[in-house]
Structures are given as C-alpha cells and as structure tokens.
Design a protein around this ligand. Structure first.
Ligand code: XBP
Ligand code: MG
Length: 249
C-alpha cells in the first residue's frame, strides 16, 4: 500500500504549544478577575481533558461552589475561552511557538512525494490558522488538503470522531494513511479510527502510555517520509483496524 496522506495532530505534535496555552488560560482568568491559576503540574493533570472549554469545565467540577456560583461560572466558560484564544493566538502570531524539530522537513518531503496532508486537532481553527501562518507563512495553510478541528465534532479526543471526519474528507483508505500524535488521548483517537500512529511525546505527555503506537520517536526529525511510508506499510493493519475501526469514542 502506498502512503497517500499524513494526518497531523497540532498541539504537542506540530508545535510544543501547551505552555503558551497554559499562560493564555491564566491571562484569561485574570482578565475575568478569577483567582484561578493553573501551575505547570496542575495543567499536566488538566490536559487529561481535551478541549479548552471542556478543560475549564473539568476544573470547575473540582471546586466547591454554591449552585448559583457554579451556574454563573459555567455560563461564562465560552467567553473565558474566547479571551484565552485571543491571548494564545497573539502569542503564536508573535512567533512564540516554533514548529517542532523535523515537522517542516516532513511536510515538504511528503508534499514532494505527492502525499496529501491533513490536520485532526482538538484546538480551534483560529489557533491553527495563527500557528500555520506564523510558522509556514501566509500560504502555509494551503499545504493541508483537510483541516478537521475543534467543535466540528461533539466527541473530542480520545473519541475517534475528529480522525473519522478527516478521513472522510480525505477520501483515502485508512490503511494508506499515517497519523502523527503526541498524547495518549490523541493516540487512542487515531487508533480507534483504524490509523497506524506515530507518537512524538513532549514534556506534557512523556509519562503517558503509548502501547498502541506503531512507533514512538523523540521528534519527527528522527524519520523521513520514505522511512515512514516503509514502516507504516509493514504493520499488519487488518487486526488493528478491525479491532478499532468505528469503535465508540
Ligand atoms: C490539544 C488540546 C487543546 C489545547 C488547547 O489539542 O486538547 O484543547 O490543549 O486548545 P490537539 P483549545 O488535539 O491539537 O493535541 O483551548 O483551543 O482547546
Ligand atoms: Mg496533541
């Protein structure tokens, strides 16, 4: 089977973004005069919940609040998250978040080989636009045939929905696609969609269990496109995709 497409996760895979997200969350909390501060250790735990709005809701669930306070703060989550996205997009637009090692070279090698690129991310389209523009230039987004992200699916990673959406739009056989991820939630989402997945962990996810990964690398500079195509092809996918394809998230 030839390698027809690569599906990139964004946060943690294309770029090590979570410290910028964490600071953006804390800036938004301050802007809303909330005494919430997410330390790196606390944020590492909170990252178990994918999606910024869902992460704030998960944090709220841990706090002792009156019914009225909880109702009022829950109603504020979309506004808090929109403010957070403004802070984060500004950091990224200022060049604060470079692509990880090997990402741009793999993108160029894949495109040169006629392989299409897609994104399957939990973050917002605004954040993805900002990152691709800041790192790959104003036409960087044109390198990607499909961008599946954020609230386009109700069930976020580790559910397979965002990868199934990207695969539907790509219109290629799952066995001709490799997914690139950084976290266990992302690995589970891609695996449940039947995808052979390469994981490149960061500080935020290095302690995760990557048992289902086809390959775990320090970064994408450790592999080139041709090698990825060869390695991805060697895996007996049928038992994998049969096991997970279409499984509930
Ligand atoms: C990682 C996430 C996102 C980011 C924060 O997404 O779970 O929620 O942490 O971004 P990915 P938002 O699937 O790209 O690894 O606040 O926009 O959700
Ligand atoms: Mg990620």
């Amino acid at each position: 089977m030839s390698l027809e497409a690569l599906i990139f996760d964004v946060d943690g895979t294309m770029a090590d973004t979570e410290e910028a997200h964490r600071v953006a969350f804390n800036n938004a909390f301050e802007r809303f005069r909330l005494d919430w501060r997410w330390s790196p250790d606390a944020y590492k735990e909170l990252l178990k919940t994918t999606g910024g709005k869902e992460r704030i809701a998960a944090y709220l669930a841990t706090k002792t609040l009156s019914t009225a306070e909880r109702k009022q703060l829950t109603a504020l989550i979309p506004a808090i998250h929109a403010e957070k996205t403004r802070f984060y997009s500004a950091f990224v637009a200022d060049g604060a978040v470079p692509l990880r090692e090997g990402v741009e070279q793999l993108i160029d090698q894949a495109l040169a080989a006629g392989c299409r690129l897609a994104i399957a991310s939990t973050t917002t389209a605004a954040n993805i636009d900002a990152l691709l523009n800041a790192t790959l230039g104003p036409r960087g987004i044109e390198k990607f045939s499909v961008i599946a992200c954020g609230d386009q699916v109700a069930a976020k990673k580790p559910a397979p929905d965002i990868y199934q959406l990207a695969l539907r739009h790509l219109g290629v056989d799952v066995e001709q696609v490799v997914a690139l991820e950084d976290s266990r939630n992302g690995l589970l989402a891609a695996t449940r969609a039947g995808l052979w997945t390469v994981v490149t962990p960061t500080y935020w996810t290095e302690h995760h269990d990557f048992a289902e990964a086809g390959l775990v690398l320090q970064h994408l500079g450790e592999v080139d496109y041709a090698e990825l195509a060869r390695l991805g092809d060697r895996r007996p996918r049928s038992e994998f995709s049969a096991l997970y394809a279409g499984a509930a998230g």
